[in-house]
Design a binder for this molecule. Structure first.
Ligand SMILES: Cc1ncc(COP(=O)(O)O)c(C=O)c1O
Length: 393
């Protein structure tokens, strides 16, 4: 097909040319001085994105590896961990915790709401023996477009005066949605490269609090590749205990520079504005958002329910197929129990008004081509909002 593909899944996201060019530099000796300069730049710079003055480790891994690192470095066999069924990724993280031998309390959810801070408070108050060692929350549930309120969850934990660690997955929010590792006293924040950081897949990140580092000294889950200790020790001189993803680190240095140039607050405001424009389009189409709480709307993606009467559960996938075949655009599929029932529009990373206009046009044309019952005019509603709203920080 002529023209460029629209990659509008909620990650991996469109990689900007600047980052692609940075990655295209020759690979260097990862034990030489030039590499140490690069590593120090990124290990230092990436802390700004997490809003932490503490340590960040960067694995050559996907986000799943960074999940595992957060658990095996802080917890011991049969430790109790409180997790929440906010969607598909929260469920996968729970599965991992169980396979690692943790005792998981998985709070049921409807996949349309985030974690309720009041529930966290009462659950922790009831835990008089302080048996719960960690609370694990997915900040932005990529399968549903629901963002949990981490600052409020932190305050709920404080009100309960409970010492559990707070572990937060920011895989589809880091660099897209307001997030404050230090201010919210998060103990481990999990991130990865292929979403708001605008890189290809291949880097997994942990931002680590002093409390988490102290916990890792006595944590007994087996760990080898994911062990923070050799990583943190080698990182102090700009090196890694094993071969790092050198070229992705070039890309990360460039991505950090881009986020700095735009300013994180403007980046967050841009994502909020695109989220709002997208939701206006969805409402004008007469379709339903998966997210049911306006305080929890995600600004990095929007998940949309297929309308009743659209036929079988496979319809969302049929719609996505038509949009791909006809308009060369990839949308996110429904995951887990939402398979076939939902499609997801990614509007995060290196993205602007006209890219959103093109994306929503592709969806609206696809809805018509797939004979989905809908009301035309969503694109106009979004354009109207975009042309009349300034970017506010
Ligand atoms: C919220 C969330 N957590 C975890 C993951 C798993 O990350 P990965 O696929 O990079 O292993 C994803 C992937 O999309 C995600 O969106």
């Amino acid at each position: 097909m002529s023209g460029r593909h629209f990659l509008q899944i909620p990650g991996p996201t469109n990689v900007p040319d600047r980052v692609l060019r940075a990655i295209a530099q020759p690979t260097i000796d990862h034990r030489g001085a030039a590499f140490a300069d690069l590593a120090r730049d990124v290990l230092d710079g990436v802390r700004e994105i997490f809003k932490t003055s503490g340590a960040v480790v960067i694995y050559p891994s996907s986000g799943t590896g960074a999940w595992e690192a957060s658990l095996v470095n802080t917890l011991s066999p049969a430790d109790r961990i409180l997790m929440f069924e906010t969607g598909h990724f929260a469920t996968l993280w729970r599965n991992m915790a169980e396979r690692l031998g943790l005792e998981v309390e998985f709070v049921p959810g409807d996949w349309r709401h985030g974690v309720d801070p009041d529930f966290v408070e009462s659950k922790l108050r009831d835990d008089r023996s302080r048996a719960i060692k960690a609370v694990a929350v997915v900040h932005n549930e990529t399968s549903t477009g629901v963002a949990s309120r981490i600052g409020e969850i932190r305050r709920a934990m404080d009100r309960a005066d409970h010492p559990a660690l707070l572990l937060v997955d920011t895989i589809s929010s880091l660099g897209s949605i307001d997030y404050r590792h230090d201010e919210w006293r998060v103990d481990v924040t999990i991130g990865c490269s292929q979403k708001g950081l605008m890189l290809p897949p291949g880097l997994g990140l942990n931002a680590i609090s002093a409390k988490a580092r102290a916990a890792s000294a006595s944590a007994r889950l087996p760990r080898a590749y994911w062990d923070w200790a050799p990583m943190l020790a080698d990182n102090t001189t700009g090196f890694f205990p094993y071969t790092p993803a050198t070229n992705l680190l070039y890309g990360l240095r460039e991505a950090i520079a881009m986020l700095r140039e735009e300013g994180l607050d403007r980046v967050f405001a841009r994502h909020c504005r695109h989220g709002e424009a997208t939701r206006r389009a969805v409402r004008a189409w007469g379709l339903e958002l998966v997210c049911q709480n306006p305080d929890e709307y995600s600004s990095s993606l929007t998940a949309v329910m297929m309308p009743d009467g659209a036929g079988t559960n496979e319809d969302a996938d049929a719609l996505r197929r038509i949009i791909l075949d006809r308009f060369d655009m990839s949308l996110g599929s429904g995951l887990g129990k939402l398979k076939g029932k939902v499609f997801r529009i990614g509007h995060l990373g290196d993205f602007n008004d006209l890219m959103l206009a093109g994306t929503l046009s592709g969806v609206e044309m696809g809805l018509a081509a797939a004979h989905v019952p809908f009301t035309p005019g969503g694109v106009l509603a979004a354009l109207d909002y975009l042309s009349n709203s300034e970017l506010r920080t």
